[in-house]
Write a protein that binds this ligand. Structure first.
Ligand code: UDP
Ligand code: MG
Length: 322
């Protein structure tokens, strides 16, 4: 097998402080991998400028002029990390065999790329970078992030624990990703839906070496909310369940009241109180029911692919499996 062409995709938003150093380290990494014979000499680094307001794009342009290993893509305005990443991956899909996405601040250990490539060669189409510990994160970031994964799992969103957007994807996986046409992007939720053979690689997450986080709490909360509402109908189901519960409870209390009336037991819930609870339960149930349909409409509108064919055993297709 020829050595694969690797494309490292890096979304950048106001990253002038880190870019020169990041570029240096990444190109060293690429040369080392090339010398080891792990990747093709056509491998590249693609910086995606997500509508930065500082000198990010100028730096990318000058890097590109100095060394053809650096490519650049510029979004017309700030569209957020996920969209910038998708743009980079979709551009990379046409130019490479395998893409690795990572953040511009190199918090993700770039040495993990070696192992990712090894797993790719062993047959994995998607390799997730998973943090082995979060010692370098602040206690607040660690707690909120950990809570986020637990909550997402409880909400029924299938995401890889402690995995952000540091991952390797083969051309095949990227082609599958391109079939997801949804606008509310939550790549961590979409990528596991693709399937195929996957693997994980553990790494230590370091600290941002310069500049500050582009994900303040407000953006993080919005991101989590987006993740849940794009992948799970559980919030709607909770309404339905709550409605049914209240409805059943008020009916039970009504039955009790009837018995109390018949047997002259002094305690009763009272007609007024009960009718309020009954109506409330009925309304919630009805709302949840309408919600179930809205949820269905939502998933239809997203028009996600229903399957990805991995292998087709057929003599007329001998030698092809895509
Ligand atoms: N980023 C982006 N657009 C945005 C916000 C962030 O492209 O609107 C990029 C940013 O440049 C970085 C990556 O997304 O490469 C992750 O951001 P950051 O490191 O600030 O997040 P944190 O590691 O603090 O969660
Ligand atoms: Mg970071």
């Amino acid at each position: 097998m020829d050595q694969p062409i690797l494309m490292i995709v890096v979304p950048c938003y106001n990253e002038e402080e880190v870019l020169p150093e990041t570029a240096k380290r990444l190109s060293q990494k690429l040369s080392a991998l090339e010398n080891q014979g792990a990747i093709s000499s056509q491998s590249r680094i693609l910086f995606v400028d997500d509508g930065s307001r500082d000198k990010t794009w100028e730096i990318i342009c000058s890097l590109h002029r100095q060394d053809p290993v650096f490519s650049g893509a510029k979004l017309s305005r700030n569209r957020g990390h996920q969209n910038a990443l998708l743009c980079g991956l979709m551009a990379a899909k046409e130019l490479c065999d395998v893409a690795v996405s990572m953040d511009a601040d190199l918090q993700d250990d770039i040495d993990a790329v070696d192992e990712m490539l090894q797993k790719y060669k062993d047959g994995a189409e998607i390799v997730y970078g998973v943090r082995s510990s979060r010692q370098t994160d602040t206690a607040f970031k660690r707690a909120t992030a950990q809570g986020f994964y637990r909550f997402m799992a409880w909400m029924g969103v299938d995401i890889v624990y402690n995995h952000a957007d540091y991952r390797l994807m083969s051309k095949r996986a990227l082609n599958a990703l391109s079939e997801y046409r949804e606008v509310n992007l939550f790549l961590r939720g979409i990528v596991p839906l693709i399937g195929f053979q996957t693997a994980t690689v553990e790494y230590e997450r370091g600290e941002r070496f310069a500049g500050e986080s582009k994900y303040p709490l407000k953006k993080m909360l919005a991101f989590a909310f987006d993740g849940i509402t794009s992948f799970s109908v559980r919030p709607i189901r909770l309404i339905t369940v709550l409605g049914i519960l209240i409805l059943c409870l008020s009916v039970l209390c009504g039955v009790y009241d009837l018995i109390a009336l018949l047997f002259s037991i002094p305690f009763s819930f009272g007609l007024l109180g009960l009718s309020v609870w009954f109506c409330c339960g009925l309304q919630l149930t009805a709302l949840g029911l309408v919600g179930e349909y809205v949820g269905k409409v939502y998933s239809e509108v997203k028009a996600r692919p229903r399957y990805h064919l991995e292998t087709l055993l057929d003599t007329s297709n001998e030698g092809k499996n895509e």
